[in-house]
Design a protein around this ligand. Structure first.
Ligand code: FAD
Length: 478
C-alpha cells in the first residue's frame, strides 16, 4: 500500500520503538503534533511540562527532518485539524499511540467520528505502556484495585516484546500543508526561557537522544545499587527517567530491556526497579478503569473528608517554608529542578494532606504545574495513595513524622543542606528539627528562627492528632 499516512505524535515523541511509526514507515508520511489545550482543559500541560514539551518537539522535529520528513506543528482543536490534514494529503488512515486520560479518550472518540464521516479511520496502537490496561484483568474478569496482584499478573504475562528499531529513512508526502512555528505555540509563558527554568538545561536534556543517554547512564551504574539507594534523596540513586517516560521519548519496554540486559537472569534482581515501572502501569490501569481518579476520591467514604482549605498554609508549603527542613528541601528542589525525589514527594504530600488538612487536589495541582514529569495517572494515583483515598492506600493512621523521615532518609543532611542553605551550618543533630536546637547552636550556625527560617507550621503531634480526628469524624459520619 503506498497511500500517504498521517502520523499523529502525542505522548510518544520518539522514533525508536514506536509502533504507530513502524506501521506506516514505508508510506509517504506527514508527522504532526497538535497543541490542543482546549480539549485538555485543566489538564493541559502545566508550566514546567510546557518547558519540556517545547524542547522535546524541537528535538523530534530535528530527528524527523534528518530522516526526510519534517514535523508539522499545529495549534488547534484536534477533531478539526486532524481530519482536515488527512483530507489535504489524501490519507485513508491516521496512526497514533493510545492515550489513557479521560479527556484524551473523549477527544479520540470525536476525532475518530469526524474521520469516519469522510471514510477514514483513526488507528491507535499501544506505545506508552507495557500492557494495555484493558488487557490486564483479574481471574474474575475485573480490573485490579490493588498493586501486588496487578504486578504479579503483569509479570506472569512474560517479558515484554523487544523494542522496534527506528526507521533509517522516511518519505515525506508530496505537498505538506503549512503549519505553525514552535515559537507560535507559545509554550513558554513569556519570550525567552522563564526564570524558574534557569537550572533546567543543566539537569535535563528533553528529546529521544537525551532520554537514551540518561537510560544508558542509569544502566551503566546506578541500577546495580538501586535497591539500596533509591530512598536516599541526597544521591542520584534513581533513574530520573520520569519526564522522558511521560512524553514517550522512551518506551517502558526499552527501559525494561535495557535493565534486563544489565541484570539478566532471575527477575528478582532487577525487580526493585522494574516494580516501579509497574507502579506506573498500575497508575494507568487505575486511570483507565476509574476515570474519575484525578478529581474524586476512589474510596467513596473519603468524599466528605473535612478538609480545611487555607491559602496561607498552601502557600507556605508551595514555597518551601513549612519549617520542616526535609519538606522544604523537597518543595525547593521541585521549584528549581522541576522534579522531586520520590521519598520526599511522599513526605511533603503527606504533610500537606494530613498535618495541614489541605485537599490532595490542591497539592496535585501544584505538582501539575511545577513537575516536568507531571502525569495525570501517576500524579493522581500517588496523591490519592498518600491521602488515604486511593484504591490501594496505606492505612490512614500511618502519618509520616517529617523529623524522623528526614533523619532516616537524609541522615547526613546532604539533601537538606543543598536545598535549604540557610540551615547548612547546623549540626546534623538539629538539622531536621532546628526549633529544638539550643540558642547558642543556632547562633553558631548563623540562624535566627522566624527570620532566616520559620518554626514548624504545626507541631507533629498536634498535626497527627488533628488528622486522626478528621478521619474519625469521617468514619463516624459514613
Ligand atoms: P525511578 O525510581 O527511577 O523509577 C523509574 C520509573 O518508574 C519512573 O521514571 C516512573 O516512570 C516510574 N515510577 C516510579 N515510582 C512511581 C510511582 N510511585 N508511581 C508511578 N510511577 C512510578 N511520577 C510521575 O511520573 N509523574 C507524576 O506526576 C508523579 N507525581 C507524584 C506525586 C506524588 C505525591 C508522589 C508521592 C509520587 C509521584 N510520582 C509521579 C511517582 C514518583 O515519585 C516518580 O515517578 C519518581 O520520583 C520519578 O523519578 P525517577 O524517574 O528517578 O524514578
Amino acid at each position: 500500500m503506498d497511500s500517504p499516512a498521517l502520523l499523529w505524535f502525542r505522548q510518544d515523541l520518539r522514533l525508536a520503538d514506536n509502533p504507530a511509526l513502524q506501521a506506516v514507515a514505508d508510506r509517504p508520511l506527514l508527522p504532526v503534533f497538535v497543541l490542543d489545550d482546549a480539549a485538555a482543559g485543566r489538564w493541559a500541560p502545566g508550566a514546567a511540562s510546557r518547558w519540556w514539551l517545547r524542547q522535546s518537539l524541537e528535538a523530534l522535529g530535528r530527528d524527523l527532518a534528518a530522516r526526510g520528513t519534517p514535523l508539522l506543528l499545529v495549534r488547534g482543536r484536534a477533531e478539526i485539524v486532524i481530519p482536515a490534514l488527512a483530507a489535504a494529503i489524501g490519507a485513508p488512515e491516521v496512526l497514533a499511540g493510545r492515550l489513557y486520560q479521560p479527556w484524551a479518550r473523549e477527544r479520540d472518540r470525536r476525532v475518530a467520528e469526524a474521520l469516519e464521516v469522510a471514510g477514514r479511520r483513526l488507528r491507535l496502537l499501544t506505545s506508552s505502556l507495557l500492557r494495555d490496561p484493558a488487557r490486564v484483568m483479574s481471574g474474575s474478569g475485573r480490573p485490579y484495585a490493588v498493586y501486588t496482584p496487578f504486578a504479579k499478573a503483569v509479570a506472569a504475562m512474560g517479558e515484554p516484546d523487544f523494542p522496534i528499531l527506528p526507521p533509517a529513512r522516511l518519505r515525506p508526502v508530496a505537498a505538506p500543508p503549512p503549519g505553525d512555528t514552535l515559537d507560535s505555540l507559545a509554550l513558554y509563558p513569556v519570550a525567552g526561557e522563564p526564570d524558574w527554568a534557569a537550572d533546567f538545561p543543566a539537569l535535563w536534556t528533553p528529546g529521544e537522544a537525551g532520554a537514551q543517554a540518561r537510560l544508558a547512564r542509569f544502566v551503566a551504574g546506578p541500577v546495580s545499587g538501586y535497591a539500596a539507594q533509591r530512598n536516599d534523596p541526597g544521591t542520584e540513586g534513581t533513574s530520573g527517567l520520569s519526564p522522558h517516560l511521560h512524553w514517550g521519548e522512551l518506551s517502558p519496554r526499552q527501559v525494561w530491556h535495557a535493565v534486563r540486559q544489565a541484570q539478566p537472569g532471575e527477575l528478582s534482581q532487577p525487580w526493585p526497579f522494574l516494580s516501579e515501572i509497574l507502579w506506573r502501569e498500575f497508575s494507568y490501569h487505575l486511570l483507565w478503569h476509574r476515570p474519575e481518579m484525578p478529581d474524586r476520591a476512589l474510596r467513596e467514604r473519603f468524599a466528605g473528608f473535612p478538609w480545611q482549605p487555607d491559602a496561607a498554609l498552601l502557600r507556605a508549603w508551595q514555597r518551601g517554608r513549612t519549617g520542616y527542613p526535609i519538606v522544604d528541601a523537597g518543595m525547593r528542589q521541585l521549584w528549581h529542578y522541576g522534579w522531586m525525589h520520590n521519598r520526599v514527594r511522599m513526605i511533603a504530600a503527606s504533610l500537606l494532606v494530613k498535618h495541614l488538612l489541605q485537599p490532595w487536589q490542591a497539592g496535585a495541582a501544584w505538582f501539575w504545574d511545577t513537575l516536568v514529569d507531571a502525569d495525570l495517572a501517576s500524579n493522581s494515583a500517588s496523591w490519592q495513595w498518600i491521602a488515604g483515598s486511593g484504591s490501594d492506600a496505606a492505612p490512614y493512621f500511618r502519618v509520616f513524622n517529617p523529623v524522623l523521615q528526614g533523619e532516616k532518609f537524609d541522615p547526613a543532611g546532604r539533601y537538606v543542606r543543598r536545598f535549604v542553605p540557610e540551615l547548612a551550618a547546623l549540626p546534623g543533630k538539629w538539622l531536621h528539627q532546628p526549633w529544638k536546637a539550643p540558642a547558642e547552636v543556632l547562633r553558631g550556625a548563623g540562624v535566627i528562627l522566624g527570620r532566616d527560617y520559620p518554626g514548624p507550621v504545626i507541631a507533629h503531634a498536634a498535626g497527627r492528632a488533628r488528622a486522626l480526628a478528621a478521619f474519625a469524624a469521617l468514619r463516624a459520619g459514613g
